[in-house]
Ligand binder design. Sequence first.
Ligand code: MN
Length: 317
Amino acid sequence: MDFSKIKSFLESCDNVTILTHKSPDGDTLGAGFALCRYLRLQGKKANVVNSDEFPERYAFLYEGYEPMKFVEKTVIAVDIADTKLLGHNLEEYEKEGKIDLCIDHHVSNKYYAKYTYVNASASAACQIMYELFRFMDAEIDRIIARCLYTGIATDTGCFKYENTTSAAHIAVSELMKYNIDYATINRKMFDVKSRARIKIEQAVTNDMEFLFDGKCAVMIITTQMMEESGIEPAEFEGLASIPLQVEGVEMGITVKQRHENVYKLSVRTTETIDASKFCQQFGGGGHIRAAGCELNGTLDEVKKIIEDNASKLFGVK
Ligand SMILES: [Mn+2]
């Protein structure tokens, strides 16, 4: 599906449910609320739906938003690669033919909707939404601009990740003209942490272990540490990137306890090591620079498995 077809689709649709993915982030919510506001400004009925409550952290994206009552006629998914990401209570939408249109930027998109628009080179679903609005000559207001800016900023890690393209910068450069409070948004999204988060960061960095001349860092998070800090699950985002912040570290492994004798590994690497390959040997997978897997055993056993297998990557016998 191309932009002109989406344009006519949006013109003729009404009573729209906009689906966003579980554990919602700035991109899915930004794209969802921007589209919702646009449709409402056109006199249509539209709601944004999520399996969880909208996180307080993103409250500025849905300020003043109230769900409308209507009989659903159209369903649009934004930033959702797979219906598995819809989460609990939304299982009904997993049935074939339930979702009319999907707008996404994941290369792994499963093409579950009747119509799908995927641009895998877009940095964020919000970038696609911006380009779509421009194509449609849609009126963008300050609230829509703020939503779209936030999605692009969060999905690019504040314009730091490799997916930060020229097109992404062009989009935010235009969006900044709507007098949005980008400094406040970025401070809130990237700098401000809860006390619980600071506390757990302290605990995990204190005990970080360095192997193989400091090229590999292992960071342990036990359930006890999580309980003691009082951290909310939503606040774990980005914790796994801490080991790579240490100079000289090429492979950072975060070992998070799930249950007794069950540990989730999040592996992050720099240019030299394939994180996905490392995790695949334990039945996991992911991307080349970020991957995950699960290991069973006591913490000491898990650490031993990690050390034995990582040693091959660093030329140690
Ligand atoms: Mn996204």
